[in-house]
Design a protein around this ligand. Sequence first.
Ligand code: UT7
Length: 318
Amino acid sequence: MFSRIIGTGSYLPEKKLTNHDFAKFVDTSHDWIVERSGIESRRVAPKDEYASDLGLRAAQNALCNSGIAAGDIELIIVATTTPDMIFPSTACILQSKLGIKDCIAFDVQAVCSGFVYALNIADLFIKSGQVQNALIIGAEVYSRILDYSDRSTCVLFGDGAGAAVLMKSDVPGLIASKLHADGTHKDKLSVPGWLAAGKIIGKPYVQMDGPAVFKFAVKAFEEVTQEVLKAANKKVIDIDWLIPHQANTRIMNATVKRLGLPLEKLVSTVHHHGNTSAASIPLAMDEFVKNGNIKKGDSLLLVGVGGGFTWGGIFINF
Ligand code: UT7
């Protein structure tokens, strides 16, 4: 038994912040942001919209495209770094918003690799026969954990959500995957804050050693792509679309170059999404499905790298 993606969806909040908007309140410029990251604009959710709200819209879109009714979903996994609250999980909140009375629901916290982790877990649930289908969502409201006076981080991230519906299949869909984590890098990219006795302890904002993350990401993207290709018994030439976590155009271009993959096979949406962490891969995938580039039967390689560090990849027959 295998699992296969039968529908994708996404949602972006309406409000757009351009680089020029940032230049009004921090010491930065449109040119610096574009040159160093490739980002031109990103979306920001209103104060009363949470990860579950963005995730709900993406999930409804994916369900509609898959032809499955919400009530038939047997497993919901939400990959998020910005949950609605400490508990219950954003997956349970989203489940109730979808009107589903009973299914398995939980969150995955693997930061920017979250969607790849969640897909892998859902695939195992389906392969084991425990469920027939799954709704996987990456949803983030990074605007809540950004220090808008820190120019080295606030210009990089955005809000959004993407989703995919997986269904059991006789034909392989998710062909091979590899997941990794190395917590010795925990201080290079983190939100080092938490709650105790009703108070925020530490710093509840994203902090990042940008150059160290950059260096690690380029190497990890290449290595895990090769590892997944080997597990899938495929070659670089077999990839129709490489969908990396969308953090920086320079990281993605360097990865493609190191792999010897033509640039036309790179899915890149970071210029208008910014870095949406766990939402970035499903958002990018859905955009390329909707614009007709990704077609049924295409070979996709999804790769994520994020805080932890965590990293991983999946080879998919779409
Ligand atoms: O989602 C998880 C994965 N995350 C990533 O993959 C992010 C990885 N890292 C990066 O994408 C890049 O390291 C950044 C885009 C974050 C930064 O680019 P960089 O080329 O590595 O720049 P840098 O951090 O080395 O900073 C260069 C200079 C510094 O000034 P000095 O010390 O040379 O005078 C920074 O203070 O650029 C300055 N700088 C800025 N200048 C204008 C940092 N942020 C800004 C800014 N506007 N927004």
